[in-house]
Design a protein around this ligand. Structure first.
Ligand code: ADP
Length: 299
């Protein structure tokens, strides 16, 4: 009974906007509930080209968030009245699996899903050379299969890798992160516990890393101007860390072997491939390996 009353009191405190009695104080503790530093991202991994039926695809894990992104197009925009004779229409569809949150999510899209689809479509539109494909549409579908705060930035990050995988011409990749405030401290990449703190401020932000153009900026909560000024450099640094992971994922898929790299270099320099000793050696050693394997099989 005592415990129940205590729980109810906590909820009342939460609703009144006051901090819970047992809430951590990040300023004092100097580390976060999950042990991270204030400006540390959750672990991110990306794999590109995971869905053979799509023109481009990516799978991303960001902390507990797990997201698939698939790209189709550019293809004729249908129905015809949706066509734009000056540019392609970038249509992103954000979806959450029913099992992606602790309480079953209704399968039909809700207001939040529509809002996220809209803002993410607009962010991608800024990155793509849309004018190159008039009267077409590029359809991007992102499916969240597991979520723990920051799912929209995870989706945007995965979607831009999937677009690159599909060979869509872009100014830059879009890289995104969450920044904000929780438990009395300015932090990067809020997790669910932090997003639910009574003083939480959540700011999803996405940039084109080379020009540092901001393509998405939303804010849930209130922040002083000085606090935002302190957060922006943290956001830029975090986004660039995300960018490195994206680049690595794309390089892993499209990586040329050392031999082909040498061939490309030789072609660019206008030389014959045989003039590149490293490449020649590699090819020959591979040949030798194959021959010795074949001999072993015969024996
Ligand atoms: P983001 O995921 O981009 O931070 P929100 O701030 O709107 O977007 O949501 C925060 C988190 O709340 C989500 O990542 C998800 O874990 C959770 N959430 C969203 N919708 C639902 C829902 N219908 N039921 C339960 N949890 C949800």
């Amino acid at each position: 009974m005592q415990k129940q009353i205590k729980e109810i009191m906590f909820k009342v405190n939460d609703m009144s906007g006051k901090q819970r009695d047992d809430a951590p104080d990040y300023k004092k503790e100097k580390k976060r509930v999950d042990g991270r530093k204030m400006d540390e991202l959750r672990p991110i991994s990306i794999k590109v080209g995971v869905l053979p039926n799509a023109d481009g695809s990516a799978y991303l894990e960001w902390g507990q968030n797990k997201v698939y992104a698939a790209v189709f197009g550019p293809r004729e925009a249908l129905p015809k009245h949706t066509q734009n004779p000056y540019k392609t229409v970038v249509k992103l569809n954000y979806r959450m699996a029913t099992f992606s949150v602790p309480e079953r999510k209704q399968p039909r899209p809700n207001r939040r899903d529509f809002e996220i689809s809209k803002v993410l479509s607009e962010a991608l539109d800024r990155a793509i050379f849309t004018e190159q494909f008039p009267n077409t549409e590029i359809s991007v579908i992102v499916e969240v299969v597991d979520s723990n705060a920051g799912s929209r930035v995870a989706c945007l990050t995965a979607a831009s890798c999937a677009l690159a995988d599909a060979g869509i011409p872009m100014r830059d990749l879009v890289c995104a992160t969450g920044i904000g405030k929780a438990f009395n401290e300015l932090i990067v990449d809020l997790n669910k516990e932090e997003e639910d703190a009574s003083d939480a401020v959540d700011i999803p932000i996405a940039i084109l890393p080379n020009s540092e153009e901001i393509v998405l900026l939303q804010m849930d909560g209130l922040l002083k101007k000085e606090e935002l000024d302190k957060l922006m450099p943290m956001a830029m640094k975090a986004c660039k860390q995300v960018y490195e992971v994206q680049k690595k994922a794309l390089q892993d898929k499209f990586k040329l072997s050392e031999v082909s790299e040498a061939n490309v270099e030789a072609n660019v320099a206008g030389k014959e491939v045989k003039e590149v000793p490293a490449a020649k050696e590699k090819v020959e050693s591979k040949k030798d390996n194959k021959e010795s394997k074949a001999k072993k099989v015969k024996k």
